[in-house]
Design a protein around this ligand. Structure first.
Ligand code: 48F
Length: 269
């Protein structure tokens, strides 16, 4: 039977539309598919929570592909290695407490696991705003990256979500939008984005995890965005903090979702 171009086209449109329609109401919308966002997505989806991940670029992986200065190896410490082990990613010991991993294998494996666990990843889609109701974030505003790049005046669409994770890395984009547009203090010391500081790997790795928390009602920061938001250091090409931060954000949110579900069930009985 000859292949039908029309059927191929129909298959893509139908399949993508079904996926997008299913995603427009989700438990967690994650913005940015770098290492922090990918681990958060994999963990949340594994827990059965409806998880959507929006990535501006064609490729997921954020700043991980290029390792350090385009040498495509990353470094992790003991705690980061445990997560890589769990995802089946090979590591090589370098010196006590330092391991390397191939950045290509790492991105591909994190992405594959997030998808297999059931997270829906939408690449080429940018989050440009949040949906705000009574000073709480209740969803994200999305548009095609191509629209954003071309500067076209095309209105966006929306995705309802119970929680949002800003894992957009250094620019902390969702948090910056809230700072700019919402007449409320962020949950940072100054009420504003504190801004990123220069490189200090050890301190940055610890604080990335400490700073993984709620920054605005229903919005959590993870990965480099957490340090950029709360005024801590950058760390360079060591990635344990990114992985652990994604995991921490997923755990806090999953605990809250579980508690809310239990409360709803109790009210119904
Ligand atoms: O920058 P990125 O990798 O964030 P991360 O997970 O990891 C940081 C490290 O890569 C590195 C570092 C630690 O070693 O300092 O920089 O915190 O990934 C962020 C992703 O978010 C996407 C962006 O394209 C990238 O892939 N992104 C940024 N803004 C938006 C977005 C947006 N508004 N909508 C959708 N995606």
């Amino acid at each position: 039977m000859p292949l039908s171009e029309r059927t191929i086209t129909e298959a893509i449109i139908k399949s993508y539309t079904d996926k997008l329609l299913d995603a427009i109401s989700c438990d967690v919308a994650i913005v940015g598919a770098g290492p922090a966002g990918l681990v958060a997505a994999a963990d949340l989806a594994r827990g059965g929570w409806k998880t959507c991940l929006f990535e501006r670029k064609l490729s997921i992986g954020g700043g991980m592909w290029g390792g350090g200065m385009m040498m495509n190896e990353i470094v992790v410490q003991d705690e980061g290695k445990e997560i890589l082990d769990e995802f089946g990613i090979n590591t090589k010991p370098f010196k006590k407490g330092y391991y390397t991993a191939d950045s290509i294998e790492t991105v591909c494996s994190l992405g594959a696991r997030a998808c297999k666990n059931g997270a829906k990843i939408f690449n080429l889609v940018s989050v440009e705003d949040i949906i705000l109701k009574e000073n709480k974030a209740v969803g994200v505003v999305i548009n095609w990256t191509a629209v954003e790049m071309a500067g076209l005046h095309v209105d966006p669409l929306t995705v309802d979500s119970r929680f949002i994770i800003d894992s957009t890395g250094h620019p902390a984009e969702v948090v910056r939008v809230i700072e700019r547009k919402v007449d409320a203090r962020l949950l940072t010391p100054s009420g504003k984005v504190e801004g990123e500081r220069s490189l200090w790997a050890d301190r940055a790795e610890q604080t990335t995890i400490e700073n993984t928390k709620e920054i605005f009602p229903n919005v959590y920061v993870a990965g480099m965005c957490a340090n950029a938001s709360f005024g801590s250091y950058r760390m360079g090409p060591i990635f344990g903090g990114m992985l652990l931060s994604g995991r921490k954000a997923a755990k806090i949110i999953a605990d809250r979702l579980r508690k809310e579900k239990e409360e709803q069930q109790q009210q119904q009985t």
